[in-house]
Design a binder for this molecule. Sequence first.
Ligand SMILES: Nc1nc2c(ncn2[C@@H]2O[C@H](COP(=O)(O)OP(=O)(O)OP(=O)(O)O)[C@@H](O)[C@H]2O)c(=O)[nH]1
Ligand SMILES: [Zn+2]
Length: 314
Amino acid sequence: MNTGIVIKSTGSWYCVKTESGKTVDCKIKGNFRIKDIKSTNPIAVGDRVTFKYLEMEGEETAKPVGLITEITDRKNYIVRKSPNLSKQSHIIAANIDQAFLVVTINYPVTTTTFIDRFLASAEAYRIPCSLIFNKTDRYNSEQTRQMDELIELYEKIGYRCLKTSTKTKSGLNQLKKWMTDKTNVFSGHSGVGKSTLINSVEPGLNLKTKEISDYHQTGQHTTTYSEMFELSFGGYIIDTPGIKGFGMLDMEKEEIGHYFPEIFKRLEKCQYYNCTHTHEPGCEVKRAVLDNEIAESRYYSYLGLLQSDEKYRS
Ligand SMILES: Nc1nc2c(ncn2[C@@H]2O[C@H](COP(=O)(O)OP(=O)(O)OP(=O)(O)O)[C@@H](O)[C@H]2O)c(=O)[nH]1
Ligand SMILES: [Zn+2]
């Protein structure tokens, strides 16, 4: 039995890397389906698969070709809804070990609303997320103070934070350590320095993907091409359309509070088991916000998600 990990997908061919480091181009059976997932693509980069070699008639010298027969259960995966309002979704990548959200206090500004929405989506997808505060060399003392406040805020909740600068190289060794032997994803606004960071820890890895200015250009979504790159010090970077903006998940209203760890852990102390932490009496979350145990910015982000959910439904 042959097993490996899918490192590239064109939609009809899957490049599978085996334990021994060989790559085999594989196809799947036409009727290949995964139970419980309605998706336009059954297999994505990061998937672990079982395959068998196919005999190619009269082409003994050709590179071996395989047929994928089985897919190992995923520990997580990122999806994007298909644009055509069918219930189908497109799987962008699977088995992601961690996401790095690259943020900048300025050049460009990254808001806490954006950070919180991303973190909540990562929680929903069960992808551990770290915050990388980049461009530290450009900040004045006020901006540095803001950054340190945010780091304190997010570390208290349990998110790992790191300060980096690709100019002074500070923080880059630590980032490299965190990435080693993991399947990594980098996200964040355009211009925060994702490509520069990646190129600083792994020179020569020129990631190709330019994010399609998504969500407007319908039709582009149908692309099924995706790829991940091996790191020379061990591990992978997934670089594929849709990956940078994955914090766009529609969550069930009742679930949103579950994806804010400091809110979720207080739910059991709220008077009502289904407390939304808005109008209910005896709400432990509101008390914690008033007593500065929960950051106001986090609570506002939570309320914002609740509201956008209402708009989404009406
Ligand atoms: N001063 C300073 N500039 C940086 C730093 N990191 C990146 N930059 C600059 O910021 C600009 C944008 O960097 P990119 O790496 O292209 O940003 P990106 O996040 O990959 O952007 P997209 O590809 O649009 O998503 C470039 O001009 C970089 O040289 C840093 O630590 N300090
Ligand atoms: Zn409550």
